[in-house]
Design a protein around this ligand. Sequence first.
Ligand code: NAD
Length: 263
Amino acid sequence: MDFQLKGKIVLVTASSMGIGRAVAESFIQEGSSVAICARSKNQLIQTAEEIKATYGVEPLWCVCDINVEKDINNTIEVVRRDLGEIDVLVNNCGGPVSGVFENLNDENWQNAFEQVLLSSIRFSRNVIPHMKEKRWGRIINITSIAVKQPIENLMLSNSLRNGVVGFAKTLSNEVGKYNITVNNVAPGYTLTKRLYELSVSKAKVTGESHEHTLAEMAKEVPLQRLARPDEIAAAVAFLASEQAAYITGNTIQVDGGLFKGLF
Ligand code: NAD
């Protein structure tokens, strides 16, 4: 199926590793012009070179801390200058710190707000004027299964990600008349550095190995395995496609059936 994403200009945020990187790779495979960003210059260079070695095309990269407004504005400017106006914005972020309510202070909450919700708001604000003019645009937020089913010990993620869902739904109502769609993809347990680190910290508490912890997570999933990052990326590419033009204001879980509810 041709997703008609060839030549589209795509920015994927927080994308030097994990799900963000896999999303960037999926758009490269679709023939889009892709920009990636993250905080570490060295990691970005390495990722860009590895992508080039695999697909023969190097993504544009830009150093950006998505918690910092001037970094966000600079990233948008770099993409505009080097690739053009952004057609598809994928708002990914790093996971906020883990922890239970009594161990989290105001600074933790403020950081998580800036990372999870405010970054998505700021990037979206920057790209929407052009999307309106063009009467075409896609905004896709990477959230989490936590928006449907809170995950133990992830108070910040469980609380703030639903802010993104509320933001996306409201924004989709406001920008639908300009042919801009806004959706979320909610991954379940996906094998990335983030999940590895969460399994290591859980293993310290339980006294089991982190391999055992990951195996136990997989057992919770009806499909009996963890997701690969490219399986999350495939849903993002679909939501950006022409075929998904009538889907907006939605959250699509890619979780192997992990969410136990009906809706
Ligand atoms: P990851 O830790 O493997 O990768 C995160 C990426 O974000 C990296 O490229 C990192 O450099 C970048 N990043 C982190 N903080 C940043 C900042 N302040 N500014 C710019 N870049 C920053 O994480 P992942 O597993 O790929 O997860 C991506 C998102 O999906 C996270 O928000 C995570 O909580 C969420 N999620 C992950 C899973 C999972 O099982 N892996 C499940 C549900 C939701």
